[in-house]
Write a protein that binds this ligand. Structure first.
Ligand SMILES: [Zn+2]
Length: 548
């Protein structure tokens, strides 16, 4: 009897196979990289209702499924959609609406770009972003003398590439009252400083918290312009196969803007938003806890532990090698960081803290260790983990701390990092291999707009340890290379873990979201950089980008 029954079952199964199960899309003749353990590669994938139904060999999938659309991939590489695990969509949008100073080769070029912007847009307040004095011949922090001469009657605020320093003209300095405020507010000068020239004169450069009085009076851009810029950024990301961003620090109003775009069905990126710990955001988090709104997930705070190495705001255990008596500083007090940690523990949020200097990394590793005792799977992140004392690496393992790194920072900073910290501290700098060995995973991003959004530059930096010009030829600190597969894991499955989204995203397997990308060129890492782009990008089964 049971034999007859199983025969009947077999016949039913076979006949349904022959008819073909109906799905929405089959991509075949592809190289489908599942990114599961061992990274098995299959020929074909079947998708229905935004989910992956099956991944398997060519014949198996083609025989089994009837689809509305078949795509012959002609052996192209297919991956889970990439995630940028640390980016700033809103800052990038603002950068696009400001004077673009990225890549300026001199102070004079910067002035010319500001003049052009002024005559074209006739603004009431000039904001520029992206200068980097290390690209200039003199390689010295600028002063505002010429800027104030040329623009005597309008406020001008020019942010350094890292966003941790700004150059203001005299008009803005006066308008913001920054000098007086700085003198009277110990919090500003504990976590920031005025940059003076060799004669002790103020240059007009403010670093980290010293920028706050200026930031307070910065006009905001109209929502309409920001929305347009955000959608342009989304299109750029889709063109690289990026389907998700861990947005590293948002104000309450910025979250509302993203929600508005999601509700209008315009913003399809998977957004894992870290909240800036402002009173409004804290009230929101206490009220809502872990919060999902369509493709937006909120369950973390982004905290700034210190500044940046380029503007000497990173907090170091020993003084800077190119600046006597200066250690940098914490930009958020220990007391405040402890309060945020307690709140995160209470409402099941993740704490993601920017830490560049070895001292900041150390104090945070100790702070996170407490959380580990209560929850070994807390996944609290250190963003950047740039300079770590070699004696402290083991704490990433013992405290369960998730390193979130941006390999393009390594190859951008290589020109001057050693002058800031000296050869002996380079041992624990940009040490992605060492960090990976400690924690077992890395979340990998770019920190755009500090770096470009291109994930293939990230791969080149992580695997070859070279910049886009293939410099240096032997790789920067080459013993810290990671493999191509590890780097892609950092942008797929490990990034998903870093955002508690591994059940929906990060690998191509049955039941997960059909969020994937097919690339134009084979995905490889070569000694010489070869650009690559998405051919087609899908989010939850919906085509959001195609070269055709
Ligand atoms: Zn950042």
């Amino acid at each position: 009897m049971s034999k007859i029954l199983s025969l009947l079952v077999l016949i039913t199964v076979l006949s349904s196979c022959m008819k073909g199960e109906s799905v929405d899309l089959v991509i075949h003749n592809a190289r489908v990289h599942t990114m599961e353990d061992g990274n098995p590669i299959f020929d074909a994938i079947a998708i229905k209702d935004g989910k992956i139904v099956e991944v398997g060999p060519e014949r198996q999938i083609l025989n089994k499924y009837r689809a509305d659309e078949f795509i012959d991939a002609q052996k192209k590489d297919v991956y889970p959609g990439f995630t940028d695990a640390h980016g700033h969509i809103l800052s990038y949008a603002k950068q696009q609406l400001s004077v673009d100073l990225v890549g300026c080769k001199s102070y004079d070029e910067m002035i010319v770009r500001v003049e052009k912007y002024k005559s074209k847009k006739n603004p009431k307040f000039i904001i520029g972003r992206g200068w980097d004095q290390s690209l200039w011949k003199e390689n010295e922090m600028p002063n505002n003398k010429k800027l104030s001469e040329i623009f005597p009657n309008i406020p001008v605020c020019l942010f350094r590439i890292d966003g941790h320093a700004l150059l203001a003209n005299d008009y803005l300095i006066k308008q913001s009252n920054v000098i007086e405020k700085f003198a009277n507010d110990p919090e500003l000068n504990q976590g920031g400083y005025f940059f003076n020239d060799s004669t002790g004169g103020f240059t007009g450069i403010m670093v980290d918290n010293a920028m706050n009085p200026v930031l307070d009076i910065l006009p905001s851009f109209p929502d309409k312009e920001l929305e347009t810029a955000i959608l342009e950024i989304q299109a750029e990301l889709y063109g690289y196969g990026i389907t998700g961003v861990h947005e590293a620090g948002l104000e309450y109003e910025e979250v509302q803007l993203l929600k508005k775009l999601i509700d209008a069905d315009k913003l399809g990126l998977n957004i894992y938003a870290m909240l800036a710990p402002t009173p409004k955001n804290i009230a929101f988090a206490k009220k809502n806890g872990v919060y999902t709104h369509e493709n937006l997930l909120i369950r973390s705070f982004k905290v700034y532990g210190d500044g940046a190495l380029g503007s000497r705001g990173a907090f170091l255990k020993q003084v800077y090698s190119d600046h006597d008596h200066h250690h940098g500083y914490l930009t958020t007090s220990m007391k405040r960081m402890n309060e945020i940690a307690d709140l995160c523990t209470k409402i099941d949020y993740q704490m993601n803290t920017h830490a560049i200097g070895d001292s900041t990394n150390r104090v945070l590793l100790e702070l996170y260790e407490r959380t580990f005792a209560q929850n070994p799977d807390h996944r609290w992140r250190i963003e950047h983990a740039q300079i770590v004392d070699p004696a402290d690496f083991k704490l990433f393992a013992s405290a369960g701390v998730f390193p979130s790194v941006q390999p393009t920072h390594a190859v951008s900073d290589q020109r001057w990092a050693e002058s800031r910290i000296g050869a002996h501290r380079m041992e624990g700098a940009y040490a992605y291999r060492t960090l990976l060995e400690q924690f077992g995973m890395l979340a990998i991003g770019t920190d755009f707009p500090v770096e470009l959004t291109d994930p293939f530059l990230t791969i080149h930096a992580a695997v070859q340890r070279k910049n886009a010009e293939n410099f240096p030829s032997t790789g920067f600190l080459p013993k810290e290379q990671i493999t191509l597969e590890e780097c892609i894991k950092g942008m797929t499955i490990w990034a998903a873990y870093a955002a508690f989204q591994e059940n929906e995203l990060g690998t191509l397997e049955k039941g997960k979201d059909a969020t994937l990308v097919m690339f134009v060129n084979p995905v490889k890492s070569n000694a010489v950089f070869v650009p690559n782009f998405a051919h087609t990008t899908w989010i939850k089964g919906k085509k959001v980008y195609s070269v055709e």
